[in-house]
Write a protein that binds this ligand. Structure first.
Ligand SMILES: *Cc1c(COP(=O)(O)O)cnc(C)c1O
Length: 359
């Protein structure tokens, strides 16, 4: 028997056990072919079925309208920081809501394009990114307004979307896609690296309204949404194994009841940890309650040595990857869809014991 461990990593992150089991069962011979899914041609009917089913699964889970394209790309969310302005910044005016490290990086990549001028509509920097800032009603025209729906490092979430008027909203949903409900039609474009809540690293999902693409000629092929859409994400060799696994994760999530059922589970998991943190004399959760993420929960003791001692003891107890991001320090528990409730209760029990011991 393998010892039970819980992996609280921010990404690459925990995957559902039944999915890993199925991957294992099918690894040496996918559908009686005698070949692994990693070895089959991306031009085969076998793989076309895999990618078609993955797309159909995601479309059902997010109720993606027909006038949106679903692209399975590579390069991570970080390449989308560049690809989004390349494809959508037709007039060169782009706006950002600054909610922390990832939104800053997204803006920095847009700023590198000579024809792009960026505006920050609101920032939470003065509040150490522990809130989502109020965005004043947007009256100017921008090619799009960019938000990071969930701030993986700082642990804040947009539960209400900013009012952007006639502008298009673009969402970096890397760390809370499929973890809570968003209406795709509220966005012109959504992107997410897969390795947090979808599947293995190497796959990036882009969901884009079809009238927004194909406006900029001569883009590099790999960064051209229209070309990728025309080719069904098969312009070049796609991340076959990651797409296959993502499809299995979508199936798993649908069997559980989809995003509404998962949201309830995620709310229950997050509540167990936040409730404990709010009454603890040792640990505190720095994020303001109204903005607290369901998927990434930072916490601190206020003493860096004690934090290190806690992380070390937790690791020995099989509670892995609780170290906070180096920018904020302390601890962070990532509670993505695949983290079972037992992982959270085990963590909280461990924290209670630790708190008693160091008193
Ligand atoms: C992890 C993360 C990124 C970076 O993702 P990569 O796929 O590693 O490029 C960007 N944005 C958010 C919100 C993230 O959580």
């Amino acid at each position: 028997m393998m010892k039970t461990v819980y992996n609280f990593a921010a990404g690459p992150a925990v995957l559902p056990q039944p999915v890993l089991q199925q991957v294992q069962d099918e690894l040496l011979s996918y559908r009686q072919t005698g070949m692994s899914v990693m070895e089959i041609s991306h031009r085969s009917a076998l793989f076309q079925d895999i990618i078609d089913r993955a797309e159909a699964g995601l479309r059902r889970l997010m109720a993606i309208p027909d006038n949106y394209k679903v692209l399975f790309l590579q390069g991570g969310a970080s390449l989308q920081f560049h690809a989004v302005p390349l494809n959508l910044a037709t007039t060169g005016k782009v706006a950002f809501v600054d909610t922390g490290n990832w939104s800053k990086k997204a803006k920095a990549e847009a700023d590198k394009l000579p024809h792009v001028t960026t505006t920050v509509l609101a920032s939470s920097q003065a509040q150490q990114n522990r809130v989502i800032p109020t965005v004043p009603a947007v009256t100017d025209h921008y090619d799009y307004v960019h938000i990071t729906t969930n701030n993986t490092i700082e642990g804040t979430t947009f539960f209400d979307l900013p009012a952007v008027g006639d502008n298009i909203l673009v969402g970096d949903m890397s760390s809370n896609i499929l973890a809570q409900p968003y209406r795709v039609a509220d966005f012109g474009l959504i992107y997410a690296g897969a390795q947090k809540n979808i599947g293995p690293a190497g796959l990036t999902v882009v969901i884009v309204r079809d009238d927004l693409i194909g406006k900029v000629p001569n883009l590099p092929a790999m960064l051209d949404y229209q070309l990728q859409a025309d080719k069904g994400s098969l312009y070049n060799t796609p991340p076959v194994f990651a797409i296959y696994t993502a499809g299995l994760v979508f199936d798993w999530l649908e069997q559980l009841g989809g995003v509404p059922a998962m949201t309830q589970i995620n709310q229950a998991k997050a509540k167990i940890l936040y409730d404990y943190l709010d009454q603890s004399d040792l640990f505190t959760a720095p994020v303001a309650p109204a903005y607290r993420s369901l998927t990434n929960i930072p916490f601190v003791t206020g003493n860096a040595d004690l934090d290190a001692q806690f992380i070390d003891a937790a690791t020995k107890a099989g509670l892995y990857n609780l170290k906070g991001h180096r920018l904020v320090g302390g601890m962070r528990a990532s509670l993505y869809n695949a983290m079972p409730i037992a992982g959270v209760t085990t963590l909280v029990d461990f924290m209670k014991h630790f708190e008693q011991e160091v008193r």
